[in-house]
Design a protein around this ligand. Structure first.
Ligand code: ZN
Length: 479
């Protein structure tokens, strides 16, 4: 009975997911002028999706769900207070030490780890993000996308990605660079923002910060620090962000005056920012031992969290556990403490305790995708694939949980504890999500050949096959 219910559950949710891209494209406000010369929202969405596939293939993205969720939530709050709250933005973190952030087509906003680590508080990080969001809402990138439209969709997307990621002259596809040098040059020219655009993005961004209840001085303060850094270290160490967003004393003064009009915002609790930044810092340091010694002097929760993570990294797991237990006692409901401690317990071989903490946390936050992902991983580690599969099918009901890591876990769990067709089905979803529709279609065709597939399952697989085929046809049409 449960199995039947789960199958119905898993099958009913996919049409939702499939229609998502189309729906959000339709919801886009139409920015095109009356002559119809500008790129349409649907075209921009298609370019955005292709851009994101290209980004994924060229750089490493941060997959730590606690970090990606933090950035997405901060981004969502800013978008909700922007001029286009319904525009479908996507935020992601690029594992790259350079100080940079960028806005791609279709509202894909990338933040480098280097930027996250260089900001001293949440309002500075939000300031850069609000600036990038404003480039999108004010349609500053439109001309660049228009130039790109003269290329085929994959080439256009790859070219924009290479330019924005700053790899155009480096490891990027040399063929693309050579074959399309002229177009690439013209896109590059359009992506080099004009001073007027920069000013406008600052102005609108500061307004967005203030409306979001985040200190608008975050933007000028961060610009100022970047400016001082380059004066200190010279032109050779100019942060990537400055090469596309030149910061002058005029610009700093102007954004400061603008922020002053709104005044400082009331202090917000930004402990989560400090914890996330610390998490990233400990993950990225090459000398966790030295970092540990540096942290001992301070006693705030972020430092203690850093000590726990650094202890764990150098193998002092019992010390790490004691810190985390203490942190959790002081702030019992914080997901970050709970999931970190539960994963440490699993790593220590305290499987029963670890699983219990995950279960307890999921009860506190029903359907939470971050807790769910970690819990499913832990269940698989503990040879409980059946339970992992049930959990994942439950999680997939929520759109936010339909991520690449969850699909990977589903494919693994169902290959051990589910029907054979479902393994194909899960793999198909995974391929589709990472942009490989032909392989997705192949998986579904193979599912249909399996024995023991009942009529109901067959109909669902066929329906999904139809979805993917028409999506592939549409994509080819655009190219
Ligand atoms: Zn800018």
């Amino acid at each position: 009975m449960i199995r039947r219910a789960l199958q119905i559950l898993v099958l009913t949710l996919f049409p939702l997911q499939f229609s998502h891209g189309e729906t959000s494209a339709n919801q886009l406000p139409d920015f095109g002028d009356s002559s119809g010369a500008l790129i349409s929202p649907v075209q921009e969405q298609a370019l955005g999706e292709a851009f994101m596939r290209s980004v994924r293939s060229q750089v490493k993205l941060i997959s730590d769900p606690n970090i990606t969720r933090y950035i997405s939530r901060l981004g969502a709050r800013l978008v909700a207070n922007s001029d286009t709250p319904n525009y479908p933005f996507t935020f992601f973190v690029v594992d790259d030490p350079s100080i940079n952030a960028f806005a791609g087509p279709g509202g894909y906003i990338g933040v480098h780890t280097g930027l996250l680590l260089a900001t001293e508080n949440e309002s500075e990080l939000a300031g850069v993000m609000a600036h990038e969001i404003s480039h999108v809402t004010q349609r500053h990138l439109l001309r660049a996308y228009e130039s790109a439209q003269q290329l085929s969709l994959p080439t256009a997307a790859a070219t924009i990605a290479a330019i924005l990621l700053g790899v155009a002259s480096g490891s990027a596809d040399a063929g693309i660079a050579a074959a399309t040098a002229v177009q690439a040059g013209s896109i590059q020219q359009q992506l080099n923002f004009t001073r007027a655009n920069e000013k406008e993005a600052d102005r609108i961004g500061i307004q967005t910060l203030a409306r979001s209840g985040i200190d608008p001085f975050g933007m000028p303060t961060f610009f100022e620090r970047l400016y001082q850094t380059t004066r200190l270290y010279g032109a050779s160490s100019i942060p990537e962000f400055l090469s596309t967003h030149p910061v002058t004393t005029d610009r700093i003064a102007e954004s400061r005056a603008r922020a002053a009009k709104y005044g400082h915002s009331k202090e917000r609790d930004t402990l989560e920012f400090e914890l996330i930044k610390m998490r990233l810092a400990v993950q990225h340091t090459r000398t966790p031992g030295r970092m540990l010694r540096g942290l001992q002097a301070e006693k705030g929760p972020a430092q203690r969290y850093g000590i726990a993570l650094a202890d764990w990294r150098i193998g002092k797991k019992a010390d790490a556990r004691r810190q985390l237990v203490r942190l959790r006692k002081s702030d019992p409901d914080r997901i970050l403490y709970r999931t970190t401690l539960a994963r440490l317990l699993m790593d220590e071989g305290k499987t029963r305790e670890g699983l219990k903490l995950f279960e307890d946390t999921l009860r506190l936050y029903p359907g939470d995708p971050v807790v769910g992902q970690y819990y499913a991983e832990a269940l698989l580690l503990a040879n409980k694939a059946g339970k992992a599969r049930e959990l994942i099918l439950m999680l997939l009901h929520d759109e936010h949980a339909r991520t690449v890591p969850i699909y990977k876990l589903w494919a693994r769990a169902t290959s051990i504890a589910g029907p054979a067709w479902e393994t194909r089905f899960a793999s198909a979803e995974l391929y589709a999500m990472t942009g490989n529709l032909p392989l997705a279609i192949d998986q579904l065709n193979q599912a249909l050949k399996l024995k023991g597939l009942n009529d109901y399952d067959r109909a669902r697989v066929q329906a999904r096959l139809h979805d993917f085929k028409s999506l592939l046809a549409k994509r080819k049409e655009r190219e």
